[in-house]
Each structure stands twice: as C-alpha cells, then as structure tokens.
Design a protein. Structure first.
Length: 248
C-alpha cells in the first residue's frame, strides 16, 4: 500500500499488482481493480515520485475512468502527459495499447493489417481493435497529426463504439450487442472497460490539424502544464540522491 501525504490531503493507492481483487482510491474516488489476464501489458516503472500536481491529474483520470468518459490530455511538447497517463494505467492495473499517430498513419494501422504467414494471408488486429475487444486502454499519441480520412474512424469508435473491420466483421457497442436477439461470428462486442486516452498539442500555436467539433466533443479535456518549479526541484533532488547512493 502506497500512501502520499500532502498537507491535509491523504491519497491512498493500493497496488493491484500484488492483489487478486484490490481497489484504487485517490481522495474520495475509488475503483475496484480486477485481476489482469495479461499483466505484461500493464505499464511499469512510472509511479515514482508523484508530486501533488501529478496526483491531482491522476485523481481526475480516475474520475473519468469510473464514469467511462474518454479523455484528452493537452499539453506542451514533452513526456509529462504520457507519463501521467502511463502512471495511471500502472496504479489502476489497466492494460495499454499504444497508437502513435503520424502523417503516414493509415486505416490499416488502426483497424487491421493484412499479413502473410506460412504462405497464406490473414488479418492481424490493430491496437484499436485489440483494446476495444479486450477492454484495454487505447493510448492515442499525437492525435493532432491525424489526417482527415482517419477522423471519421476515430469519431465512430469514440461516439458509437463501432467500427467496420477489413475481414468483414463489425465492432458493436456493448449496450447494442446485448440488446440483439441473435448474434453471429461477424459481430464483435466492444468490452465495457474499453477506454481512450488521447495525447496532443494545442493547435495553434503548434503545428498540426485542429480537431473537428464532432470528434472534439467526444473527449473530456484537461490541460497538462509544466510542473511548478519547487516540484521539479524536488524530483531532481530525488534522482540526484538516488544516483549518489548508487555510486557509493
């Protein structure tokens, strides 16, 4: 059990990596954590030296995870937003599928890629499909670089939890799938725990494409500013002390 005390605030994080049925609590927000069947997909090594500012971000992410609202972390260039997202996935024992968007990203990179193995072709699911079916976190990095042809795919996945796949199958939202009287192998149920965290830069002043209003409205956004000077100083001193101890 890890407990952080900052002033009058008491943040308790119960590491699920060592418990089969544990819970995560930050302030007055709590969530049950089920046991992971693929623990190697859980982030590791990010929950070190959390400052009060980062813990406030983690609490906000926990609130959105509980309410099942997709989030968009907007910040300046650097690893801070990614570190916060991965830190939350680690303490919450959430499996992560990572999707990096670039100008060369195509539909097959998101949906399915056709590959040849042992002389025959087959479709390999992309990170978005794996995350949706298995109930993982889809971490989309660089969403401001997404070309216009990718926006309808992402918007349909965020709003309706639906996606048409190249092999003829179709992702269906859990509520709609459960209401069907008859299903077949062509329909895939999106997991209830499927969640999207998007990372991006504000456009302008940075280069990229502005998000369409329909896609932008699917997210709960939060600005990730640089840490205050004293928190950065404390983090630097922690690393410096550990380095000195390792040398001696």
């Amino acid at each position: 059990m890890l407990i952080w005390l900052f002033g009058r605030k008491n943040y308790t994080l119960l590491n699920s990596r060592f418990f089969s049925s544990s819970s995560l609590r930050i302030g007055n927000v709590a969530k049950k954590i089920p046991e992971s069947s693929t623990p190697w997909l859980i982030a590791h090594g990010f929950q070190k030296g959390h400052s009060p500012t980062i813990i406030n971000h983690l609490k906000w992410l926990l609130q959105k995870d509980v309410s099942r609202q997709d989030v968009f972390l907007v910040g300046t260039p650097g690893p801070l937003a990614r570190r916060i997202a991965m830190s939350y996935c680690e303490i919450a024992a959430r499996e992560v599928e990572h999707l990096v968007i670039s100008r060369d990203t195509t539909e097959s990179d998101i949906k399915q890629r056709k590959e040849i193995k042992a002389g025959s072709s087959h479709y390999t699911p992309g990170p978005a499909v794996r995350a949706a079916v298995e109930g993982r976190v889809l971490l989309i990095e660089g969403i401001e670089r997404a070309e216009q042809n990718l926006l309808p795919i992402l918007n349909n996945l965020l709003e309706n939890r639906e996606m048409h796949l190249e092999d003829g199958r179709f992702l269906v939202a859990p509520s709609r799938y459960d209401s069907l009287h008859q299903t077949g192998p062509d329909l895939l149920r999106v997991h209830d725990d499927f969640w999207v965290i998007a990372l991006g830069l504000p456009v302008p002043p940075f280069k990229g494409h502005t998000l369409d209003p329909p896609l932008r409205s699917r997210f709960q956004a939060r600005i990730i500013d640089d840490l205050p000077f004293m928190e950065q100083k404390s983090a630097f001193l922690e690393v410096w002390i550990v380095t000195i101890k390792c040398r001696h």
